[in-house]
Design a protein around this ligand. Structure first.
Ligand SMILES: [Zn+2]
Ligand SMILES: [Zn+2]
Length: 180
């Protein structure tokens, strides 16, 4: 892949929201997480794309306090009573999940990915030994990404992709390279 194309692919995966599709979810705020457009957050916070876990990200960086008395999560609901940042408990759950995904908490992004993609391998559809794969690997700047840079792969497909990503497994030598 050419450098320019590669760069734009990385950026695209970073902040692109997932394409909408109909899902069966228990809570409306979970649907809000999955189809959230994180663009604003990515322009506000510093991401170390070469790290799996961000760990320096704080709520106020991602969801700054607003001066207009509205909830920081962007739902548009006014803060009342003793509430200082989130208008409802659902807002807190939504914002916590968004934070955990971008921060790199595997339990959280695996959960939402499973809801979106289904608990099956993105390549061969197997339901066994699934693990989450960074489509653009962390080593190449895919860390701290949004859900769009993740996919569930079975162990075999994950090994194959990792080999392809990093070239660990060299192709078998052709007849011309066999010793004579
Ligand atoms: Zn809210
Ligand atoms: Zn597979």
């Amino acid at each position: 892949m050419q450098a320019e194309t590669y760069q734009s692919t990385v950026i695209k995966f970073f902040s692109d929201p997932l394409p909408f599709k109909k899902l069966k979810l228990k809570y409306a705020w979970q649907e809000r997480v999955i189809f959230f457009d994180p663009q604003d957050i990515y322009t506000q916070v510093k991401i170390n794309a070469f790290r799996r876990i961000q760990s320096h990200l704080a709520f106020p960086d991602m969801f700054p306090d607003r001066k207009d008395g509205l909830c920081s999560c962007g739902c548009g609901i006014a803060l009342t009573g003793r509430r200082r940042r989130w208008a409802t408990n659902d807002c807190t759950k939504f914002a916590t999940a968004v934070w955990a995904i971008i921060d790199g908490q595997v339990g959280t992004y695996e959960y939402y990915l499973g809801k979106y993609q289904g608990r099956k391998c993105a390549v061969c559809r197997s339901r066994r030994n699934l693990k989450v794969d960074h489509i653009i690997p962390v080593k190449y700047g895919g860390g701290g990404c949004w859900l769009s840079n993740f996919q569930l792969l079975c162990h075999a497909c994950h090994v194959e992709k990792t080999n392809a990503d990093f070239g660990w497994k060299q192709p078998l030598p052709g007849p011309e390279s066999l010793p004579v």
